[in-house]
Write a protein that binds this ligand. Structure first.
Ligand code: ADP
Length: 609
């Protein structure tokens, strides 16, 4: 699988700077988060002020104590130092806690927003988006918003203010000396800017690499049986190794470039200090200037150095996280293509009559799957769809569920165009059992209850009984409370299917859509699943993608599809007598090696889809 085609557009070269993202974070968040950030900012101001006070105290310490030997000043200054450090310490604590707590709320909100939006997106989005991107989105990328805000506030408030306060003190003491510092500062900024550009491309590549690692891990977990059966371990290890190695190399690059800002700043900082010592020493030696001011100035430079360095580094620190936030925004901004008609009328089911009228439909590729397609499922009857793989059977199901919208014509249920009714009211009337049973990480009881969350425990058990699932469920270690997980291997294929049928039964919907599994079951399971299916279908409008002989034999109508067209319609006997497509598909299955027919007891029919 090639991951690169899933990489969002913004990761391709030349995206904008961080300001659009920061601006949006502020616009969307300030109303909600301002109290927390206001507290942080207030205490950041105090932190900056304490830096200025420290410098002034140093001046007084040197002048009053070491030069003038003033004892009362000593006591006062010592007290002042103690108070300032306590205030500074407490303020730093409050800043850190306020930033973290508010930031964690930002993350939680971002994750909720992302998840809610992902749930709204149509199936088309999931068709083209690798799930590893969604996983990175909700796991580490959501955290990027917190880091961006913290970085911006810490640097542009705390560090900037500290630098400004210290510069103020410097100007107050030695305006001319300050000049040296001010000249060197911008030189450093230019250097850092060049480094930022280089980091950006590596940060993008690193992100793509991480998504790839997650995708590979996912594939491995989901396909572990194939991996082992085909002895793919070495091949998978080497593919994973490439991805891991790629990310490692990029991270090293980023680290190297990031670290380059340090020597740059150190060297320039050293130049500044050397210049100041030269100048101030000269002034002290030849003009008898008091050392207090000089010491204060040096202290101010020393204190300003760290925040100034961080300030210059802001862009570097932001780079990676801005990409993360932009990625989350890209998902959140993906338009919802299927209109849920939240204020639309409810679908009213009178008898459960489904009709396709002149339906045109194609998936993303230009090739249409259905053209001027007409189809009908009669109320309360069983309609079986058969036809070769790719003929459009699942597409019909997808359109009834409105997983996709038709591009022409209408899908009509009891006289109502399904694209006009509230989508939830449509889906409420449908119970679907797909080929692959979706198991959620929950107990068996809850897995059944997903069919109708308001169902009582008794109703769940009743559904399990009707779906022939009760006995095996009560035989499991914790009965209905047994935990299931994705890829749950503690249950057999037939058992999982019966759980899916129970889930559909509890929904008690007038329309049932079934895709019979192709995997063959042992005859006991086969029998139980068949009974369960029959109970589920009875009295309901049912459309089934048929794989079992019993299903086609029992169907009121069999629709034979070939390349998106209904080529034949009728009962099993009629179609067999007509001796056309259906008869051919049917014989193809039955004239297979006799051994298989004996083994399966109920050989699968026609639709090998
Ligand atoms: P069947 O269920 O009869 O096997 P489908 O309805 O799944 O057939 O598929 C009909 C056609 O639509 C096929 O050509 C298939 O490749 C295409 N198709 C099905 N699902 C998708 C999808 N999610 N994206 C793009 N093309 C699809």
């Amino acid at each position: 699988m090639k991951i690169s085609k899933y990489i969002p557009a913004f990761l391709k070269p030349d995206s904008e700077g961080p300001w659009d993202v920061i601006g949006r974070l502020i616009r969307e968040g300030w109303r909600k988060y301002w109290p927390g950030y206001a507290v942080a900012i207030f205490f950041m101001i105090i932190v900056a002020a304490t830096a200025g006070l420290t410098v002034l105290i140093i001046r007084d310490v040197v002048d009053e104590i070491f030069i003038d030997k003033n004892l009362s000043e000593l006591t006062f200054l010592v007290m002042a130092v103690v108070v300032i450090s306590v205030v500074r310490g407490v303020s730093l604590y409050v800043v850190a806690v306020a930033l973290e707590r508010t930031g964690n709320r930002v993350i939680a909100d971002m994750q909720t927003r992302l998840y809610e939006h992902v749930l709204k997106l149509g199936i088309t989005y999931f068709d083209k988006t690798h799930s590893s991107l969604l996983i990175t989105g909700i796991s580490n990328r959501s955290g990027a918003a917190k880091s961006v805000i913290s970085t911006v506030l810490t640097n542009y408030v705390k560090n900037l203010l500290t630098v400004i306060v210290l510069l103020g003190v410097m100007i107050a003491t030695h305006p001319w000396l300050t000049f040296i510092v001010v000249v060197i500062g911008p030189a450093a900024l230019i250097g850092v800017r060049i480094l930022v550009k280089r980091i950006r491309s590596f940060a993008r590549a690193e992100f793509a690499g991480m998504a790839q690692i997650i995708a590979r891990m996912q594939e491995t977990a989901l396909g572990i049986r194939v991996v082992k059966a085909f002895n793919l371990e070495p091949a998978m290890t080497s593919k994973m190794g490439e991805a891991i190695e790629g990310v490692r190399r990029r991270r090293n690059k980023i680290a190297t470039i990031k670290a380059q800002t340090s020597p740059l700043m150190e060297t320039l900082g050293g130049f500044a200090i050397a210049g100041v010592i030269l100048w101030a020493g000269y002034a002290a030696i030849y003009h008898g200037e008091k050392p207090g001011d000089f010491m204060a100035f040096i202290t101010a430079i020393m204190l300003a150095y760290e925040p100034a360095k961080k300030l210059a580094n802001t862009r570097v620190a932001l780079e990676r996280n801005v990409i993360g936030v932009r990625f989350v925004y890209e998902i959140i901004d993906t338009p919802v293509k299927i209109n849920p008609n939240l204020d639309g009328p409810e679908l009213e089911i009178t008898e459960g009559h489904i009709r396709f009228e002149n339906v045109d439909f194609g998936y993303r590729s230009k090739k249409p799957v259905l053209k001027q397609f007409d189809f009908e499922a009669e109320p309360g009857k069983l309609t079986a769809l058969v036809g070769p793989s790719g003929s459009g059977k699942s597409t019909i199901m997808n359109l009834i569920e409105r997983f996709y919208d038709v591009s022409g014509g209408q899908v009509i249920i009891d006289g109502q165009d399904i694209s006009k009714v509230r989508i939830a009211s449509l889906r409420d009337q449908i119970a679907m059992v797909g080929q692959h049973t979706s198991i959620f990480q929950d107990t068996i009881r809850e897995n059944i209850r997903y069919g109708r969350p308001s169902a009582t425990d008794e109703e769940v058990e009743e559904a399990a009984r009707n779906a022939m699932a009760y006995d095996f469920i009560t035989d499991t270690s914790d009965g209905f409370d047994t935990m299931l997980e994705e890829g749950s291997s503690s249950l057999s294929g037939g058992q999982l299917q019966r759980i899916a049928i129970a889930r559909a039964m509890i929904r008690d919907a007038p329309i049932v859509l079934l895709d019979e599994a192709t995997s063959s079951l042992d005859s006991e399971s086969e029998y139980q699943v068949r009974v369960a299916f029959e109970r589920l279908m009875s009295g309901r409008t049912t459309i089934v993608i048929a794989h079992r002989l019993s299903t086609v034999l029992g169907a009121d109508t069999i629709c034979v599809l070939v390349e998106g067209e209904v080529v034949e319609n009728g009962t099993h006997d009629e179609l067999l007598a007509a001796d056309k497509t259906y008869a051919r598909l049917y014989h193809l299955q039955f004239e297979q090696p006799a051994s298989q027919a004996v083994e399966d007891e109920e050989p699968a029919v026609a639709s090998v889809g």
